[in-house]
Design a protein around this ligand. Structure first.
Ligand code: PMP
Length: 424
């Protein structure tokens, strides 16, 4: 029902100072970090008195925390439609998850990544000197994305390990990528595929089985849970064959002095292999709570509500001639509740600050950690050195060097969208 899609979030009563006094805060920066669900707060608060160290103590509360941590893993596995044998590793964030995946790639892996990716999906692979990375040009339609990938994979010419990493939904344009088709293309060429679902998972169902991807990564703080926890889920083999991401307690099964010097270590082969140290049980529990809440509300109802708000937002912006909405795939592309735009003759940074100072609206401006993509969309020099936050020398006044992003989701009232349109 429409009402179950409301999913109450925290912070709705927060009032912020504006030039004329005070206003209720309009959080329109969900793509950076979404407010936590009331349900997540309730579940975390109910657990905190029972807080104990996971996998370590014999005491009752330690046992309880360990059970809760492992139950959270099972909830996330179900939420992501994991296959038998898949692993769910709790990480710190999407960035951490993709760096973990980069760390476990077999030597010699060829990585294929679109230049349009968020830096978290664009950069980790370069850090492996024994891995080669191919950057793919920005496609101008979902169909072209599949074609560009197919063509690049066709040149591979060997059957060594290969990985494609793609976003599910852009953190800049909100546009949804053809993940299922890209996964099929990757597999046709013997490559594996990882999905950066940081922006897709809060808005659409993400099932590794249905999409046919090998791994999926997302962050708790964009999925209505707090900061500090994320997930990498998917095929176990590369994760189990590689050295642990961090060395330490929890990842090691047995450690013994070797006769004649040195240390022998047997590492766990479960997800614990990459979770050394005391795990973030509160973060894992919060993510699991959010997964349950989203599943119970139903993505059908959530998507219907979000599309209504997005339709109103797009229609409102289209009626303002100075506004240009950024799009890679064109007008009719499928989008989640994330949209970036520029305003003719306006500095995006100053504009975003005005939205806050006068109207109590929180948006983001800049290049959104996706510099190559935003430069492509803005048509600015891709080698522009200072385009992130400062206007560079020689750039005409009023040139959009960066954009403004508005993003929303569960719990966003229509009033926030209306206030935003009035303000713009
Ligand atoms: N990928 C995408 C598509 C994102 O939007 C973000 C966050 N902006 C990330 C990865 C990185 O997420 P985190 O900052 O939580 O590591």
């Amino acid at each position: 029902s429409a009402s179950s899609a409301e999913l109450p979030v925290l912070g709705r009563d927060v009032r912020v100072p504006v030039l004329s006094g005070e206003l209720p805060y309009a959080a329109l920066d969900y793509a950076a970090s979404a407010p936590a669900l009331q349900r997540v707060w309730d579940d975390v608060a109910a657990y905190l008195p029972y807080y104990g160290s996971v996998h370590r103590g014999a005491g009752y509360l330690s046992q309880l925390s360990t059970e809760l941590f492992e139950a959270s893993r099972a909830t996330v596995a179900a939420f992501l439609g994991c296959r038998d044998g898949d692993q769910v590793v709790f990480t710190r964030s999407t960035t951490d998850s993709l760096n973990l995946l980069a760390a476990v790639l077999p030597a010699g892996t060829r990585v294929f990544v679109f230049e349009t990716e968020h830096h978290a999906a664009l950069l980790p692979w370069e850090r492996r000197p024994d891995v080669t990375v191919t950057y793919l040009d920005a496609p101008r339609s979902p169909r072209e994305a599949v074609g560009v990938l197919e063509a690049a994979l066709a040149t591979r010419g060997d059957d060594g390990p290969a990985l494609v990493c793609v976003t599910g939904a852009s953190n800049v344009t909100g546009e949804v990528w053809p993940v299922r088709e890209l996964a099929a293309a990757a597999h046709r060429h013997g490559a594996r595929i990882a999905l950066d679902a940081a922006q897709l998972a809060p808005h659409r169902p993400v099932s590794v089985t249905d999409l046919g991807v090998d791994w999926v990564a997302f962050s708790g703080h964009k999925l209505y849970a707090p900061f500090g926890a994320g997930v990498l889920a998917g095929r176990a083999d590369w994760l189990t064959e590689a050295e642990p991401y961090l060395a330490g307690g929890g990842a090691s099964r047995t450690v013994a002095r070797r006769a004649g010097g040195g240390i022998d270590v047997a590492w766990h082969t479960s997800a614990a292999r990459h979770e050394a140290g005391s795990p973030n049980v509160v973060g894992a529990h919060a993510i699991a709570s959010a997964c349950k809440a989203l599943t119970e509300a139903g993505f059908g109802a959530l998507v219907a509500r979000e599309e209504r708000l997005l339709g109103r937002l797009r229609e409102g912006l289209a009626a303002i001639p100075a506004v240009t909405v950024l799009s890679l795939f064109g007008e009719d592309s499928d989008r989640v509740g994330v949209l970036s735009f520029t305003v003719a003759g306006q500095d995006s940074s100053a504009f975003a600050r005005e939205l806050s100072a006068r109207y109590g609206i929180g948006v983001r401006d800049g290049l959104f950690c996706a510099h190559p993509l935003v430069r492509t969309l803005l048509g600015t020099d891709r080698d522009e050195p200072a385009g992130c936050h400062e206007p560079a020398d020689g750039v005409p006044a009023g040139s959009p060097l960066h954009a403004i992003r508005v993003s929303f989701g569960a719990g966003t009232p229509e009033e926030h969208i209306e206030r935003f349109l009035t303000a713009v």
